[in-house]
Ligand binder design. Structure first.
Ligand SMILES: *[C@@H]1O[C@H](CO)[C@@H](O)[C@H](O)[C@H]1NC(C)=O
Ligand SMILES: *[C@@H]1O[C@H](CO)[C@@H](O)[C@H](O)[C@H]1NC(C)=O
Ligand SMILES: *[C@@H]1O[C@H](CO)[C@@H](O)[C@H](O)[C@H]1NC(C)=O
Ligand SMILES: *[C@@H]1O[C@H](CO)[C@@H](O)[C@H](O)[C@H]1NC(C)=O
Ligand SMILES: *[C@@H]1O[C@H](CO)[C@@H](O)[C@H](O)[C@H]1NC(C)=O
Ligand SMILES: *[C@@H]1O[C@H](CO)[C@@H](O)[C@H](O)[C@H]1NC(C)=O
Ligand SMILES: *[C@@H]1O[C@H](CO)[C@@H](O)[C@H](O)[C@H]1NC(C)=O
Ligand SMILES: *[C@@H]1O[C@H](CO)[C@@H](O)[C@H](O)[C@H]1NC(C)=O
Ligand SMILES: *[C@@H]1O[C@H](CO)[C@@H](O)[C@H](O)[C@H]1NC(C)=O
Length: 852
């Protein structure tokens, strides 16, 4: 049962289990190493503690239980939480005080009761009989062969109800391995309960909680490389905490927990009620905080509404048949028993035509676009070149009931009943549902066409029928096209923008469904924009984004806007423009500029942004007369804001986006000098499976480009981190990296910053006029972080989550390595030889002063 309306109240105190045994009496077995050797044994009043004092292993007895178990728990977290149980199926009597854990004569770990009976054993064959057991700081209990040093048995291969970081659940089909979390029977009974959680063996794999090992209870939906797309509201701490690694050949898939900082304690627990939770230990609150849980509402329970229906938690009743479907049993449905689900109201044409040969005179089936959906279960995945071929495959196979083409997954089709469909308020995926023609909304004048058909059918011979039908079909398509265009134009002004063919939402196969990549942004009229910006006058020019100038404008209604005009000679093609429009409209964050509308006019492409009163950062930062308007606290706030915006792009947004052209002129400032990142035109959807992707065209701005990007066109999140580091140092110094080059000392901004920092003169980098004594520590910290970001090797650079953490905490920072890449040099001459020269010079002069 689901607890209805369960709120994730915060803070949530989660007292779980307390040991019944007085902890005072417990003595640590071996003080240092967490090791149990063959000569030792663990009795009731003793525990084994891991080397770093993090985990503890010993006997415990759950509250009000008479059974005794060996378990592992966190040593230093007061509310005792058992994370692993050895003999969960073979309990001991709590009254048996002579129980011991030891290594038996055959080298296996055994639990013996007072009568010398072996209650539990690791039960493996040990070649040499010399073994020892170690409890590690990850909470892993390992039986090791002392002769070879290899691990013979590992508690992580026998998960209970808790997933610790470092531990995996999932499958490896080639090794025949299947690891699942398995709930306790009850809060005080660790024996295996009703529920298990793990990953399904399919492509793409899904996260599941099952009852009885096989019946789905909750489904997280397919893994798209970054998220389970059946779980909405991903930024509630969930997305960043889960990681799934799938083997290329789909032989294995394992889920693990991410913790960006080892001192964070994050675990995943499957409760006896079937609730799967990720919980975080919050030191300051001295409590466990639930960061995510599922199922969170009745719709999350698998199959609540039965097949071919849709569950919407915000509706009452929650269940409804999909459009074009009716309840299988109306009586049961009205009674609130939805398990029978729904069936098609109108047969599909393809079903009729095969059985009755009556294709003539009927319109073909088509698709209805359902937005923001949790995709159904039981899909078939296949590689399709684009959504169009996915759609055609579905249309051509009568058993295909729906298709979808989610980002980063590609073509999914359903050839059986549609199970476990949910309507999300947001964060869902488009599902294209196949329906008979008559079930689809037709605003067209059908009568006229029918009349025409009847006349044709009754008067012309059968050979002519085909020809005329073909003619009508074509005519109808043309009409259809005209009709749709009129509809689109309904909500734009009379003197409308020309829709270029690529941007057009038109499409021969489309009926109800718009193409996947159509934008929902309003299309604005070019003349209106020209008026608003005084014909794009120089006076209104407020900056230059990636591929064209940006103008200030004022709409007739009084609203201020910024218009980015991508001139025809700009490098940005229609493809990139579409890409940008699509991406930007999906990405919304405090530190990202919002796009309000767009316009295509002949070769002109324009984007309408929200207006930023303080223009772009470069206009203030690099102007010695204006830079005093940016005192350090504002700059620091700016650095943090940009970092958060970038973190959102990289990790937290619905897409994983690499900006690829981060620079001062792409940072716009609002009234309060809050930074907003603009221009994601170059951003590509980041395929998580490929760490580094090859791009066919190098774009970006010299001075901000990482070595690997500039030299090889390789980009990754870490290339953005490099640009961020350059930007950070520019914000600190008020100097451009690309404009700053000291020929005498062979310095650019980065090497200058490095030199000052290693000489402990970091503060010299900063404009003294805006430096106050209070800020020197954060200035130095920022320079340190900046230098970490501009290291030559992408792997050395921190990720955005770490950077955000570094900026907001006092944590110790690693030492950066010297940045050796100086782009000015290779700009002037042959790329490769110059680079290798720079690097070899630095290989020789290795003696670099240690930074402080
Ligand atoms: C633990 O219990 C054993 C026997 O049950 C006893 O011999 C030993 O002294 C106890 N050790 C401690 C530290 O209480
Ligand atoms: C290990 O095996 C050897 C002989 O195979 C035996 O002599 C020795 O006692 C065994 N050690 C233990 C701890 O059982
Ligand atoms: C453990 O050993 C017992 C007794 O030898 C055997 O019956 C059982 O099948 C073994 N279990 C496993 C999991 O190997
Ligand atoms: C899966 O098992 C195979 C065979 O044992 C092994 O080679 C492979 O490394 C395993 N894969 C993973 C991801 O553990
Ligand atoms: C659980 O599954 C087993 C076999 O898979 C079956 O025999 C048993 O009846 C099932 N129990 C329930 C409650 O569905
Ligand atoms: C719900 O309806 C199904 C058939 O649709 C039926 O088999 C089942 O018994 C019904 N359950 C209840 C509780 O009425
Ligand atoms: C449908 O047409 C096929 C050939 O096109 C024919 O073999 C079949 O008998 C027809 N079925 C009916 C029910 O007319
Ligand atoms: C249609 O799909 C089903 C199920 O995937 C498949 O068995 C069948 O071969 C397909 N038919 C065609 C004509 O592709
Ligand atoms: C993790 O965070 C703690 C404080 O929250 C800090 O002391 C520690 O240095 C951090 N460790 C790493 C590896 O970032």
């Amino acid at each position: 049962m689901i607890k209805k309306g369960k709120k994730m109240a915060w803070p949530r105190w989660d007292f779980f289990l307390f040991l019944m045994l007085g902890r005072m009496l417990l003595a640590q077995l071996s003080a240092a190493s967490g090791t149990l050797t063959q000569s030792q044994q663990l009795s009731l009043n003793q525990t084994l503690v891991s080397a770093g004092n993090i985990f503890e292993l010993g006997f415990f007895s759950p509250r009000s239980s008479k059974s005794l178990y060996i378990g592992i728990w966190f040593k230093n977290i007061p509310h005792q939480r058992i994370v692993w149980v050895a003999n969960r199926e073979d309990p001991l009597q709590a009254s048996d005080s002579d129980t011991i854990l030891k290594i038996g004569g055959d080298g296996n770990l055994i639990i013996m009761d007072g009568n010398q009976n072996i209650i539990w054993s690791t039960n493996i064959s040990v070649q040499s009989n010399k073994t020892s057991a170690v409890l590690t700081d990850k909470g892993e209990f390992i039986l090791k062969d002392d002769v070879t040093g290899s691990s013979l048995w590992d508690s992580f291969n026998y998960p209970c109800d808790t997933l610790l970081s470092g531990m995996n659940i999932g499958y490896n089909t080639s090794a025949g391995v299947r690891l699942v979390l398995s709930s306790w029977q009850a809060e005080n009974d660790p024996s295996p309960g009703k529920f298990t959680s793990g990953l399904s063996v399919e492509m793409p794999l899904q996260g599941f909680t099952w009852t009885n090992y096989s019946r789905p209870y909750w489904r997280g939906g397919p893994w798209d490389g970054a998220n389970f797309i059946g779980i909405p509201d991903v930024d509630k701490g969930y997305a960043s905490s889960i990681n799934v690694i799938v083997n290329k050949q789909q032989e294995s898939g394992f889920l693990s927990l991410n913790n960006f900082n080892d001192s964070d304690v994050i675990i995943m627990v499957l409760k006896p009620s079937g609730l799967l939770q990720t919980i975080l230990w919050v030191e300051e609150l001295n409590a466990w905080q639930v960061t995510w849980e599922a199922p969170g509402n009745p719709c999350d329970v698998y199959g609540t509404c039965g097949p071919n229906s849709v569950c919407d938690k915000n509706k009452s009743p929650v269940c409804d048949c999909l459009k074009g479907f009716v309840p299988k049993s109306t009586d049961e449905w009205i009674r609130g028993n939805w398990t029978g689900g729904c069936v098609r109201r109108t047969k599909l044409l393809c079903e009729i035509s095969t059985s009755e040969n009556t294709t003539n005179g009927y319109e073909s089936d088509n698709f209805l676009q359902l937005r923001e959906m949790k995709l159904p279960d039981h899909y078939t995945y296949f590689y399709a070149y684009d959504y169009q071929s996915c759609k055609e495959w579905c249309l051509n196979n009568c058993s295909c009931a729906a298709y979808a083409y989610p980002d980063r997954i590609d073509c999914m089709v359903w050839t059986s009943e549609l199970m476990d469909v949910q309507q999300f308020p947001s964060d869902g995926v488009d599902l294209f549902l196949r329906l008979a023609y008559s079930e689809l909304d037709h605003s067209l004048d059908e009568d006229k066409r029918k009349k025409k058909l009847i006349i044709v059918l009754t008067t012309v011979s059968s050979i002519l029928i085909l020809g005329i039908l073909g003619y009508i079909f074509c005519r109808w398509k043309v009409n259809q096209r005209g009709n749709r265009r009129n509809r689109v134009e309904d909500h734009i002004p009379a003197d409308k923008c020309q829709i270029s063919s690529e941007m057009s939402t038109d499409n021969l196969w489309e009926e109800q469904a718009l193409p996947k990549d159509s934008s929902e942004l309003p299309l604005l009229d070019f003349a209106k924009l020209a008026t608003a910006t005084d014909n794009f006058s120089e006076i209104n020019k407020i900056g230059a984004g990636g591929f064209g100038p940006v103008y200030k404008g004022k709409l007739e209604e009084g609203q201020m806007i910024a218009v980015k005009r991508l001139s025809s000679q700009s490098g940005q093609g229609i493809e990139e423009f579409k890409n940008e429009v699509l991406l930007i409209s999906k990405l919304q964050h405090r530190n990202l500029v919002r796009v309000l509308a767009y316009c295509v006019h002949g070769k002109e492409k324009l984007l309408v942004y929200e207006y930023m009163a303080n223009k772009s950062l470069d206009t203030l930062l690099f102007d010695s007369k204006k830079s005093h308007q940016l005192p350090w606290p504002k700059r620091f706030n700016m650095i943090q804001g940009i970092a958060r915006g970038l973190l959102y792009l990289h990790r937290d947004s619905c897409l994983r986006v690499i900006h690829r052209d981060l620079k001062a002129s792409n940072i716009l400032l609002d009234d309060d000098m809050n930074p907003k990142i603009s221009d994601f035109g170059l951003a590509r959807i980041f395929q998580v499976t490929q760490e580094l992707a090859n791009t066919n065209r190098i774009a970006g701005t010299f001075g901000y480009m990482s070595p690997e990007y500039a030299m090889g066109g390789l980009f990754s999140e870490k290339s953005d981190v490099y640009s961020f580091g350059v930007l950070l140092l520019e914000i600190v110094s008020g100097k451009r990296n690309s404009g700053y080059y000291d020929h005498e000392r062979d310095h650019n901004l980065l090497s200058y910053a490095w030199q000052l920092w290693t000489e402990s003169n970091g503060l010299d980098l900063m404009d003294k006029s805006i430096l106050d004594s209070d800020s020197s520590a954060t200035v130095l910290r920022c320079i340190h972080i900046g230098l970490l970001c501009v290291q030559d090797h992408a792997t050395d650079r921190p990720s955005m989550p770490s950077i955000v953490l570094m900026l907001s905490s006092e944590m110790d920072l690693p030492q950066p390595k010297q940045p050796t890449f100086i782009f000015q040099r290779w700009l002037n001459s042959d790329t490769q030889s110059q680079i290798s020269k720079t690097q070899s010079v630095n290989d020789i002069t290795v003696s670099v002063a240690e930074g402080r």
